[in-house]
Design a protein around this ligand. Structure first.
Ligand code: PMP
Length: 307
């Protein structure tokens, strides 16, 4: 995996600063205890200039995550959204991954973050396919021995920094075992999701995914794909998924801001039936790319242009 590409400027506590100057004290509460929240957003090149996909929905989720952790972001969502757009123009960036983060900063050693200032940063950096340049042809996954945390432990609907050690462990194991990505089972042993992506399967032409009851983050890409499927007349069911369902699936794919719509070609070394050329997956992948690249006028309201 290559390191992230740096941009010239990022937004840090209300100002645009050179990338190297966005520094945090080593005693930051968020560093020690994971007490922060973040988002992952993408921008794309379109015929009308760079456009950020579902920017407002991502900031809505950031603020919802922050509220769950009693973290008050000291800037309105509108200011963060316009700073994000300005980041693209200032850095002359098109296809990027955007990472807003807000966390409790250095003040106290106690777990209670009272009094800790909240630091907010937004970085935008060039990023291609998250799971590698060949990922769009399909990835190989394993079922992780690391289980997904339950919502009774940590809310699964939020994106908090600390919770991602669960995903880090699953990814470490997957890569050590020679796979591209991991699939979590939840505490009941049903299928949950990937380390940073939701999971869909196709069986006899029906598109199936699970929901928050399976300890998944209800992704914005997942919602987008469900909406696109409805518009394409693809029958959809939202139900729990078992390991056997994965084995019997005709097609499997991940969705997520970073991975977009990525086909899965095998699970634990066993080929997915139509994994390599799944007709439903490729229709949805095409529809998704048309939307994010501004080629489908019906969904232009999801794009925030940086001109
Ligand atoms: N699940 C997890 C655990 C994630 O981290 C992500 C990425 N945010 C997703 C699912 C997909 O969410 P989205 O489509 O909103 O990026």
């Amino acid at each position: 995996m290559p390191p992230f590409a740096k941009a010239e400027t990022l937004w840090f506590n209300g100002a645009f600063v050179p990338w190297e100057d966005a520094r945090v004290h080593v005693m930051a509460h968020g560093l020690h205890y994971g007490s922060g929240v973040f988002e992952g957003i993408r921008s794309y090149d379109t015929a009308d200039g760079p456009a950020i996909f579902r920017l407002d929905d991502h900031y809505t989720r950031l603020f919802a995550s922050a509220a769950l952790y009693e973290l008050e972001i000291p800037y309105p969502a509108e200011q963060l959204a316009s700073a994000t757009i300005e980041l693209l123009t200032r850095n002359r960036l098109k296809r990027t991954y955007i990472r807003p983060i807000a966390f409790f900063d250095a003040y106290s050693l106690t777990l209670w973050p009272r009094g800790c200032p909240v630091t907010v940063a937004i970085a935008a950096m060039p990023l291609g396919a998250y799971l590698g340049e060949n990922a769009m042809q399909g990835v190989r996954v394993c079922i992780s021995s690391v289980r997904r945390f339950d919502a009774s432990v940590i809310p699964t609907t939020a994106k908090s920094c600390g919770q991602y050690v669960n995903s880090v462990r699953a990814v470490q194991e997957a890569l050590r075992r020679g796979f591209d990505e991991a699939i979590f089972l939840n505490q009941r042993g049903e299928v949950s999701e990937g380390s940073g992506e939701n999971l869909f399967l196709v069986r006899d032409g029906t598109l199936i995914t699970n929901d928050v009851d399976a300890s998944v983050l209800p992704g914005i890409t997942r919602a987008t794909v469900l909406e696109l499927a409805a518009a394409l007349g693809i029958p959809t069911r939202v139900v729990p998924i078992t390991v056997d369902d994965l084995r019997e699936a005709d097609e499997l794919f991940f969705t997520g801001t970073a991975v977009e719509v990525t086909p899965i070609v095998d699970v634990d070394g066993r080929a997915v039936r139509d994994g390599r050329r799944g007709p439903v997956t490729s229709r949805l992948q095409q529809a998704y790319f048309d939307v994010v690249h501004g080629r489908d006028d019906r969904y232009r309201h999801w794009l925030s242009f940086a001109r």
